[in-house]
Each structure stands twice: as C-alpha cells, then as structure tokens.
Design a protein around this ligand. Structure first.
Ligand code: NAD
Length: 256
C-alpha cells in the first residue's frame, strides 16, 4: 500500500516513516513545514503540500498539530485519500471537520494508536461489565517519568472511563483520585486512581479489580513511542477497501 506521512520530520513522523517500510508498505513520501527547521529526512520524497502527497498516496498518516485539522480534513476528503489521524487536542471545529471528512473518506482517529493499550481499554470495559462493582474494587495505577506535569494520565482516565462504561455509570460520578489524609472507608463502586512519578518511565498502567478472595490485574508497560507508529501503520493498511466512515483503533483491532 502507498502510505504518505504529513509532518514527516516530527518526532512521530520520523518513526512512522520507518514503520511504513518495516510493515512492507511503500512510503509514497512526506511533507514538512519550512518553519519547522527540520527538513524531510534523506531518502524520503518531499512533497510541496498535502494535496500533492495525498494524490500520490492511498492513505496519509497525520500526527501533527491540532491547528491543521480543518485544512487537512478538507484536502484529504477532496483527494479521496484515507486519513489516519493521531493528532490530539483538536478544537470543536476540528472535530466537526473530521466528522465531515469521514462522510467522504475512511478516517481512523485515536488518541492512542498503541495496539496494546487499545486492547487493554477493551478488556477493562469487559471486566467492568463482568465483575460486580459491589464485590470488585476497581483501581487504576499508573507510573510516568518525573517530567510529567499532569495526573492521572489521559490513558489512566481513559481506562477508568472504560471500566465505568462497562458498569453502566459515568466516571465523574465514581472517580476517587488523589487520596490523602483521613479519607474514610472506600465508597462502594468507586473507581480509584493512584499516580506514581519517577525516573524515566515512558508509561505503565495497571487496571486492578480487588475482591475479598481474589485480585485480577492487567498491566501494560510502554518502552518506546514506536508502538504508536506501528499501530498507525496497521490502521493505514486496514483502511484499504473500507467505505467512508469514522473509525477507531478498536475497530482496526476488531475489538470495537
Ligand atoms: P512534533 O512537534 O515532534 O511534530 C509535529 C509535526 O507536525 C512536525 O513535523 C511539524 O512540522 C508538523 N506541523 C504541521 N503543522 C503544524 C503546526 N501548525 N504547528 C506545529 N507543527 C505543525 O510532535 P509529535 O511528538 O510528533 O506529536 C505530534 C502529534 O501527535 C501531537 O498532537 C501528539 O499529541 C500526537 N500523538 C498522538 C499519539 C497517538 O497515539 N494518537 C501518540 C503520540 C503523539
């Protein structure tokens, strides 16, 4: 499959370009902004703009910047080229543009293209549905590097949301985060969060269901951002022959 990479000199862009080749696909080329200060890496065909890249590609992988979403949506929809969108932090207008584009082309959008995390989210929802909340206390434990400024991580919140969805409740109603001091006993049905910070941990997440007689724990450890690139290339290949629509990584993995 001919796959193009917009923003190919970015941190993710470079990894994605490598993974396109590693996945046995043809890297049609890439684009890069003049202002980025990073040229298109050697050996990759540089296209002047996204329209030219789209015309040469069956799918374009986009891990760039939220401000580009509306423009990229219009260009890719007009070209009829599938769009794998990993950029996060889109505005409501950006989200609306993505939904419009998905009427014309296949769009795979995910805040986390890691195949392992995608499976963990699906499993967390299933366990949440299967294990009675009155018996199984759900706790989400995460650890990240010392530079991380927010807690709990977006992925931890996503896992809590998945458990809550399985239980048929809204996370906001049951979230128990940042325990300290005299907290009183654990509220029944709470979904607890604990955030550890230290060293250079890329990202570790555990979903724990703790009952009186047993514990069930699912753990994911990320060692390298490359897992996002591998997943994005898998998503691009999956779009081949797919009708227009808005898809998630869970759809790509067959767990949606
Ligand atoms: P980066 O800054 O290293 O690269 C951004 C790229 O986008 C550069 O090539 C840059 O030139 C290009 N770009 C195009 N238009 C731009 C604009 N208007 N402003 C700034 N840059 C512009 O960033 P990165 O670490 O590669 O991350 C890129 C995006 O991917 C971010 O939104 C990040 O949150 C997201 N991301 C998503 C996942 C996922 O699984 N969905 C994983 C990692 C990162």
């Amino acid at each position: 499959m001919r796959i193009g990479v917009v923003g190919v000199a970015g941190r993710m862009g470079r990894l994605i370009a490598e993974e396109v080749a590693a996945g046995g696909h043809i890297l049609s080329g890439g684009t890069e902004r003049r202002e980025s200060g990073h040229p298109v890496p050697d050996g990759i065909i540089a296209f002047p703009d996204l329209a030219a890249l789209a015309a040469a590609s069956e799918a374009v992988i986009d891990f760039t910047h939220a401000d580009t979403a509306e423009h990229h949506a219009a260009v890719l929809a007009a070209a009829g080229t599938a769009w794998v969108l990993g950029t996060t932090g889109l505005s409501p207008n950006g989200d609306a543009a993505v939904a419009r584009a998905a009427q014309a082309i296949p769009v795979v959008q995910s805040p986390n293209f890691g195949p392992g995390i995608t499976l963990l989210l699906a499993l967390a929802e299933r366990l949440g549905a299967a294990l009675p909340a009155a018996e199984y206390d759900a706790e989400i434990i995460e650890m990240h590097h010392r530079q991380k400024v927010d807690a709990p991580s977006g992925t931890a919140v996503g896992l809590g949301r998945a458990v809550a969805k399985g239980r048929g409740v809204r996370l906001e109603e049951v979230m128990d985060s940042g325990r300290d001091g005299h907290t009183g006993p654990r509220p029944p049905g709470a979904i607890g969060f604990a955030a550890l910070r230290g060293g250079q941990v890329v990202g570790e997440h555990t979903v724990l269901f703790a009952a009186g007689t047993e514990h069930i724990a699912l753990t994911h450890r990320a060692f390298d951002r490359r897992m996002f690139a591998t997943g994005a290339v898998r998503a691009a290949a999956w779009t081949q022959g797919k009708p227009a629509g808005l898809y998630s990584m869970a759809d790509v993995m067959g767990v949606g």
